[in-house]
Design a protein around this ligand. Sequence first.
Ligand code: SF4
Length: 371
Amino acid sequence: MKEVGIYVHIPFCIRKCDYCDFVSFEKCSSKHNDYVNSVVWEIDNYKDNSFNVDTIYFGGGTPSVMDAENIAKILKKIRERFIVNQDAEVTIEVNPGTVTKAKLQRYYQIGINRLSIGLQSSSKVLLKNLGRIHTYEDFLKTYELAKEVGFTNINVDLMLGIPGQSIWSLKETLMQVIDKKPTHISCYSLILEENTKLKYDVDNGIKTLPSEDEDRDMYWNMKRILEEHGYEHYEISNFALPGFKCRHNLNCWNQKEYLGFGLASHGYMRGVRYSHTDKLIKYIANPVDITIEERQSEHEQKREFMLLGLRKIEGASISDFERKFSVNPLFYFRFEISKLVEEELIEVDLDHVRLTKRGLDLANQVWMEFV
Ligand code: SF4
């Protein structure tokens, strides 16, 4: 039977961070139970169950702001409704300071086996510049509690390009985090989104972002430091100790199917990408009001396979492409590929098409060829 992933969006946070344009609402605890009931209802009414579930991911927002029983209720419904593999990867995003030992114990007990903790930086000043509410000490406490409870697979989210960030503060954060030996580290570059407080602050000279050169310098230093400490760089922004790549995200980059439940969540089934409303009240009233974003033709699926596969450091697999579409991608995309090889943005080996070092810095230019 085929395997799919499940993503559940929990759109609540304690306070909105200055750079955030995710669909999340602050000070909304009165809506938690209604929201969870709608998610449970949506899962219960999903028509198809002709697959096994291999990964489950609770993302947000901050899923850990809700009572653990709400997460337990959703997970129970998923297990009732679908066949979940015994060794499924079950992740929950947690922000420092939003969990107690009891909450983490409950997560562990219900079968969550991977935590993703949003640290971003260990610097008090940088966290403040992002409008984050936690401190590095909050992170340490959350991390230690998680270890005590028994979690052995923990991701730490970091960020590059924070206003005021220097190469030295990044190195300090990396060394402090590496010292804790998380199994996985993600480090995304900050994107200045429209209609955020940070955008206003930057536009009005209140805060200054690192330059493009500084950002790239930080990126290459981060890569070097993490690799020197045994972390495999397996996706543009993701690093893992051996055996701990994030299966859920890898499936997405391998163009595998997944279901999305909850407000503003996206799903991908049978070549169709769909999404849910981002209006909380509307979702609670009608959780199955789904919008078809894209009904992909085979050509579009092929382009997307390359676009997603090129995010991986090993690249897009030629043999997987052939198995899926019965054509060699080197022939199908011969014009795009030869242009990008000539520009030294990608390289080709026996089974992969991948970004070069130069391509890692100019990945957007590569993706444009496959959009
Ligand atoms: S915790 Fe995450 S989702 Fe919530 S406001 Fe901050 S960045 Fe956005």
